[in-house]
Design a protein around this ligand. Structure first.
Ligand code: UGA
Length: 437
């Protein structure tokens, strides 16, 4: 099967690499010349565990190639995936479909023989239908189908998520047996491993992606509010999360309280869903509230740190462990640190930063902060230690040694990584999230 992946970003590159590993012949089209040059040179423009090996292996076997030219890749393909960016449009909160429609216009003249075109990017309800309308205008003679195949992979565990999904969702047009057959074939290797491939209408598939992300965001906001309540009434949010999460109807995932969700997906998708619902005159008040809770959460974390520092951070040295929106990625998009760190500096704190992978992306974003390549060097002489992103290497820190290096004794653990008892034994005044006394 010949697959053309348009877009070599997170979703595109991971999907392209995984499809090639299934044995399909994949051409990944990347327009950004800098990114393309890296890919052609055997480098991976993003940090994703295991991706470099996967790409190298399949490149060596000739199953994946990179190009800047869409034409030949599209005309050869049985299946074209659109995996270009759909960023949030400034001001409106809508998904910006400029790149999607530009790709559609560019690929249209090259469609040759029966081809399935499918969105992999997260696109608002109705986009597949609109792509089809545009393609029919551009190519009245064309033999093609348009499908929706949203991707549910997470950064940091993208390959595992792609190859062992809870489900694959494929939206196909009414009675479009040919498209269904092509989509079944491309996912056969997963179906053989018992991954359910669920066929829906295209609208349902498009909406399911937003609904899934909004639901997960809601779970996080729920447990974050519960954490605040735990602090007020003397309960422990982790015990509450374990207690409710063991009910299979609730599930134990996405119940880790923290500084609020970030990343390239949840904030953007929640916002776009809110817009879609308002336009359909069916506002989603619950989802709108999730947005508000998450925004307020990041601010509240600043107050938490200031309070832990005794009400004043002016001229205090705050050492921050981790700035990326979550571990195992160098992605800084919508990271809570982007709100928290500048506020601390505004309040006169001297902020030091460390991140195992994020420095290159993050350094230009935090003017006035001091960067360290080693966590222990950063901690040396600090008054307050704040853990913002739960990288594994921080879990292994020897708290006694850490405390020994510091000038102060405050540890604010915004991901509940450390055991309060261990921290206290090491001499810290410990503040976690939702850990009431
Ligand atoms: C998310 C979804 O989990 C994926 O299924 C989806 O495919 C992806 O968006 C997307 O739409 O492309 P991702 O943004 O990579 O994936 O990251 P997550 O692991 O979901 O984390 C998102 C944010 O929620 C992070 O800031 C994380 O720290 C936070 N989070 C997550 C919590 O605060 N608590 C939790 O219990 C879980």
């Amino acid at each position: 099967m010949k697959v053309c992946m348009i877009g070599g970003g997170y979703v595109g590159l991971v999907s392209a690499a995984c499809f090639s590993d299934f044995g399909w012949s994949v051409t990944c089209v990347e327009k950004d010349t800098e990114k393309l040059a890296m890919l052609l040179d055997g480098q991976i423009p993003i940090f994703e565990p295991g991706l470099d090996d996967l790409v190298a292996r399949n490149r060596a076997a000739g199953r994946i190639v990179f190009t800047g030219e869409m034409g030949p890749a599209v005309s050869e393909a049985d299946l074209v995936f659109l995996a270009v960016g759909t960023p949030m449009r400034r001001g409106s909160g809508h998904a910006d479909l400029t790149y999607v429609y530009a790709a559609v216009a560019e690929l249209a003249p090259h469609l040759t023989g029966y081809t399935v075109i499918t969105t992999k990017s997260t696109v608002p309800v109705g986009t597949s239908r609109e792509i089809e309308r545009r393609l029919r205008m551009l190519r009245p003679d064309g033999d093609f189908s348009v499908c929706s195949n949203p991707e549910f992979l997470r950064e940091g565990s993208a390959i595992g998520d792609f190859t062992h999904p809870d489900r694959v969702i494929v939206g196909v047009g009414e009675d479009d047996a040919r498209a269904r057959d092509v989509m079944s074939r491309v996912y056969k290797p997963l179906a053989l491993r018992n991954a359910p491939v669920i066929f829906t209408t295209r609208e349902s598939a498009e909406l399911a992606k937003y609904a899934a992300n909004a639901f997960l965001a809601m779970k996080i906001s729920f447990i974050n509010e519960m954490a605040d309540l735990c602090e007020a009434v003397g309960a422990d949010v982790q015990q509450v999360a374990t207690a409710i999460g063991s009910d299979r109807r609730i599930g134990d995932k996405f119940l880790h309280a923290g500084p609020g969700y970030g990343g390239s997906c949840f904030p953007k998708d929640v916002s776009a869903l809110v817009r879609t619902a308002r336009e359909a005159r069916r506002p989603l008040s619950l989802v709108e509230q999730v947005q508000t809770v998450n925004e307020e959460r990041k601010q509240a974390m600043v107050s938490k740190i200031v309070e832990a520092a005794g009400g004043e951070v002016r001229d205090r040295v705050i050492a921050v462990l981790g700035v990326t929106f979550k571990p195992n990625t160098d992605d800084m998009r919508e990271a809570p640190s982007l709100t928290i760190v500048p506020r601390l500096m505004d309040k006169g704190a001297s902020v030091r930063l460390h991140d195992p992978q994020g420095r290159r992306q993050a350094e230009p974003l935090f003017e006035g902060a001091r960067w360290f390549d080693s966590a222990m060097e950063m901690i040396d002489g600090a008054d307050i230690l704040v853990l913002l992103t739960e990288w594994n290497e921080y879990r292994a820190l020897d708290l006694k040694a850490v405390k020994g290096l510091m000038r102060g004794d405050r540890l604010v653990d915004l991901r509940n990584v450390f055991q309060p008892d261990d921290a206290m034994r090491a001499g810290f005044v410990y503040e976690g999230v939702g850990r009431g006394d």
